[in-house]
Design a protein around this ligand. Sequence first.
Ligand code: FAD
Length: 402
Amino acid sequence: MSSNPSEASDQKALLIGCGVAGPVLAMFLQQIGVTSIIYEGRPQPRDDAGFFLNLAANGTNVLETLGVEEQVLKHGHLSEKIVFQNHAGKRLGENQQETVLLKRGHLTKALREEALERGITIKFGKRLTDVKSSHEDMAIAYFDDGTEAHGDFVVGCDGIHSQTRKSIFPDAPEPEYTGIIDSGAFTRNESVPPSDGIMQMTFGVNGFFGYQKVPTGEIYWFENHERPQAPRRRELDEISRSQWKDKLLGLHERDHEPITEILRSTDGDIGKWPVYDLPSLPTWHRDTVCLIGDAAHATSPHVGQGASLAMEDAIVLAKCLRDVEGVPDVFAAFEALRRERVEAIVKISRETGNQKAPSNVITRKFRDLALPFFLKRGVESFEQIYSYRVDWDVPTEVGKFD
Ligand SMILES: Cc1cc2nc3c(=O)[nH]c(=O)nc-3n(C[C@H](O)[C@H](O)[C@H](O)COP(=O)(O)OP(=O)(O)OC[C@H]3O[C@@H](n4cnc5c(N)ncnc54)[C@H](O)[C@@H]3O)c2cc1C
């Protein structure tokens, strides 16, 4: 594809999913003259899923390059560092990397609105059911309302349970349950002192707890505990809010305050999810169809990287489309540039999660002894993860992928 946007303007991209990767990719493609249409399965936008997340510098760098950093991050709060403690409140170490704490809905809403503002078409109520790549420069997406769309290529930005992935790779590995249940919510509690920009994280007796009280007075908290078998479908949905709150209070009754104080004061909804990841697919593309973000490599949330990696994918794929000739070669170049990094992060995140929730007193004691070493090693990995920056102006090294 040409590096001159005006020469590239007849390409049409079909992007499946309007979460994080979809709108970011669409905005980068617009900069190289490729027209995108985003097809979102939900009938209308929904910005309350997933409670909150951390965006690290490798993610905010992409937003900055796109010129949307201010719009997206204006509702965020700085986490200047993370302080780790044991169940008794003894300080074990810290991670000084800055991140932005952001409601997930604020992120997806700001990205979507910015894409619309820039003239990108987003079609809601278009749930992909199948995709076909008929030859080198043609792809067809089929939707559950009986319609279809034709384009030069399709990018599956449709998340961890991607239908695009199932359509092009029916035998691909399924996401793996990681043995952890994740919970999260917001509350307010006058007796909890301000966090002064510090995220507090505790390796508790029966689970892991993290919180930060932001300047608006709201407390953002999450909890992870072990559960070896994946819950059956809808099992967690059937547990009432108060039953779940009682369960978490029981799990953390031997941990330092204000953990149970925060849990007790939580009157709103408490999110609960089994944590899955997708460590490695044999390949991310077939003909004129490619996967990015969680559809290609979902990570557990323990190093706060899923959204940032999805945005990194978007800028790298757009650069490949700008600099590499022929769609299948573009996708091969993209995968070659991304696979090693993202698979390493999925692995580090899984290992981090395993440290959080020991299953019995022996593994807990061993964990507590090993924690200082583990935290030191973790901090070094974080530095490598966060410092990654994609320079939009530097051409992709095409020859590398021959
Ligand atoms: C509880 C939790 C905590 C997290 N914490 C963090 C964190 O701290 N830091 C971080 O960086 N990341 C975090 N993440 C991960 C992050 O949210 C994801 O990695 C990120 O959203 C992936 O972006 P995506 O665009 O690939 O997929 P998504 O954001 O999941 O978007 C996929 C979109 O595709 C749509 N879709 C699905 N199927 C179809 C279909 N068949 N047809 C059309 N549309 C479809 C969906 O409705 C959705 O809008 C967390 C996730 C969860 C659940």
